[in-house]
Design a protein around this ligand. Structure first.
Ligand code: AMP
Length: 623
């Protein structure tokens, strides 16, 4: 289990020296930094004792930057230069972000890279994120009294290559040595030391302000593996606030059309009521509207439960879907970890408990649990904790594969495969004398290339000119521990090689991943038909090509009637292929194969006769 015992370059091997390493939860709304001190994991606070750092960055005209609470205070007064939730923009192009008109920023795009125009110049999401990381690094170094050897930074399990690369780049820009990127659910499990617990399944249920993520981990013989992930990127605490908001509008008989200012006052009050109900049986909501009208309402836990029951059920349904999709039995769940501020709501705890049949794990602050796990991992990676023997495995969220003839996808690494992983498959050439092969790397669950996400294209050139099917090209897909993909192709006889590290200029959104997963299941039937059709089409074209070639050289072996029949079948088969009629293709292909059977025999006889002419029997036997 040497994976986590690797000595990082430049790291001293002195086992007695404690190396300063931190875990960073780089969140959409808030970020945190934690470390292990004297075997205790602590979340580091700022001068004012605040542990959370709002993930907000403000650029000022003098070139300086404000990060955190100070920046957050400027959100309404200087919206254009104050960037919130930059995590949503990491590794994405503007085309992909479907930029929402309500965003206050002015975007620029150069070289396919999205930037936000600010008074201090155009800033990329990587630069903006690095400001948050710089702040956390400075906080850690000040509080620990020394330079950090490195940091473990957490990312959502769904983050694709581009998003992970962007996160790593931001860390490098902030002067941080990234020991590892760690999936958030894995970090949460480590925080609870589940690796030391009983073997079985563990679920990480993460309900934040705007997103819901669920992950299933399996622990076997001290080895941790993320088996499956799923969620809903448009479900979170904000939706619970909105239910209270709608209830208040109706209870107070307010007009559906409210001034934006009143709307935000009601939403703020709704959130406060929701949070109060986590510890009280009922809570008061007092709001003064811009007209001077005052609204005073009381919300009970029972009413809140009724208002939000559908939202709660939606999370349970998603959890159940992920379990069933991964063919896992909920009877085997050993424990469930609650992550995210919204899991403080008793309605959530009750629903989760009734689904599981036992209490979830909740004694670590749900806002801090990810940073705590990352800190433990950083401590281990920095070499501070002797004797530990973990192997952490995450999974690929979507299948990775290659385009093959006919626009079909050959999956090389199926989704939910634990990483790091390398898998290889052999391919061959399609045409005689083919000296180059185009390799198109795709991601997704569908069988058809067009329905998958294109990640990269490259070419393997300089193949030996052999007959179709003779060359052997081994394509290897490797996904490293950070979830980054590289693909290499090698012709096994000549050793000709080509390689690409997949760094797409844009990434997949969580919604896209969920849609692609759903599509993959929902369209299985249609895909099977499509696959059968494309395979027949490829086969037919191959048959047509070889028959046309044979006619060109050996047509004299056929009678006129036989020739006409074959030519007629070729043109009918071609027409069927072009109009994608599966049944017609199948039957014409069969007819053409039958019609050319004796032609093939005659050609074979001729080839043998030619080969034998001029050679003695001894020559042949002596071979
Ligand atoms: P996170 O994104 O994990 O920081 O979660 C933020 C969400 O947690 C927001 O919707 C908050 O309203 C919610 N939250 C924080 N504290 C509580 C609480 N005590 N009860 C209910 N929801 C809370």
């Amino acid at each position: 289990m040497a994976l986590l015992q690797i000595a990082e370059p430049g790291m001293s091997a002195d086992p007695h020296q404690h190396r300063l390493a931190v875990g960073i939860d780089l969140g959409t709304t808030n970020s945190l930094v934690a470390t292990v001190k004297n075997s205790e994991t602590v979340v580091l606070a700022d001068h004012e004792g605040r542990k959370l750092l709002p993930s907000v960055v403000r650029f000022l005209p003098d070139g300086s930057t404000a990060v955190g609470y100070e920046a957050r205070r400027a959100v309404s007064e200087d919206a254009q230069n104050t960037i919130v939730s930059v995590k949503r923009f990491m590794g994405r192009s503007s085309a992909e972000l479907k930029l929402n008109a309500s965003l206050p920023y002015v975007f620029a795009e150069n070289d396919g890279m999205l930037r936000v125009k600010t008074v201090a110049g155009d800033k990329s999401p990587v630069e903006i994120s690095s400001e948050i990381l710089k702040e956390l690094k400075a906080r850690a170094e000040e509080s620990l009294g020394g330079e950090l050897v490195g940091a473990v930074i957490t990312v959502p399990a769904y983050f694709d290559d581009a998003q992970r690369q962007a996160t790593k780049d931001a860390a490098r820009l902030a002067g941080l040595n990234v020991l590892r990127l760690l999936n958030e659910p894995t970090a949460a499990a480590l925080a609870y030391g589940l690796d030391e617990g009983a073997e079985g399944l563990y679920v990480i249920y993460d309900l934040g302000g705007g997103t819901f993520d669920v992950s299933v981990l399996r622990l076997t013989k001290g080895v941790f593996e993320v088996l499956a992930t799923g969620g809903d990127s448009a479900l979170g605490g904000d939706d619970f606030d909105h239910r209270i908001f709608c209830w208040a509008v109706s209870e107070a008989n307010l007009s559906e059309i409210l001034a934006p200012d009143d709307k935000s006052r009601l939403m703020v009050a709704a959130r406060a009521v929701k949070e109060a109900l986590s510890t009280a049986e009922e809570a008061a909501m007092n709001v003064t509207l811009s007209s001077g009208q005052t609204i005073t309402l009381t919300l009970t836990r029972a009413k809140f439960k009724e208002l939000t029951s559908r939202l709660v059920q939606k999370t349970i349904d998603t959890l159940d879907f992920v379990m069933r999709d991964a063919k896992l039995d909920r009877q085997n769940i050993q424990g469930l970890v609650l992550v995210g501020g919204s899991t403080r709501m008793p309605v959530i705890r009750e629903a989760v408990k009734s689904y599981l049949g036992f209490d979830p794990l909740d004694n670590i602050n749900p806002d801090e649990v990810v940073a705590v796990g990352a800190a433990k991992q950083a401590n281990l990676l920095a070499g501070n904790s002797a004797g530990d023997d973990w192997l952490l495995l995450d999974v690929t969220p979507l299948s990775l594969g290659l385009e093959t003839m006919g626009g079909l996808v050959e999956k090389i690494i199926p989704r939910n495969t634990p990483i790091p992983v390398a898998m290889a498959q052999d391919f061959t050439t399609f045409k005689d004398g083919q000296t180059a092969m185009a390799i198109h790397v795709v991601q997704g669950e569908r069988e058809i290339v067009d329905a998958c996400r294109s990640l990269a294209r490259f070419e393997l050139r300089g193949l030996p000119a052999l007959v179709a099917g003779a060359a052997r090209i081994r394509v290897t897909f490797s996904v490293d521990a950070d979830g980054l993909l590289s693909v290499s192709a090698r012709e096994t006889q000549t050793g000709v090689e080509a390689h690409v590290t997949v760094k797409p200029s844009y990434g997949l959104t969580d919604e896209e991943i969920m849609r692609m997963l759903k599509d993959g299941t929902g369209n299985a039937q249609q895909d099977m038909h499509e696959r059968a059709l494309r395979e027949e089409e490829v086969e037919s074209r191959r048959l047509i090509e070889s028959t046309v070639g044979a006619l060109a050289t050996d047509a004299d072996l056929l009678t006129d009637q036989e020739q006409n029949n074959i030519r007629d079948l070729i043109s009918r088969l071609l027409a069927a292929v072009e109009s994608h009629e599966l049944e017609a293709i199948k039957s014409l292909e069969k007819e053409l194969t039958q019609a050319t059977e004796s032609f093939a025999e005659r050609r074979m006889d001729r080839a043998i006769a030619q080969a034998l002419s001029g050679k003695s029997v001894e020559d042949i036997e002596g071979k």
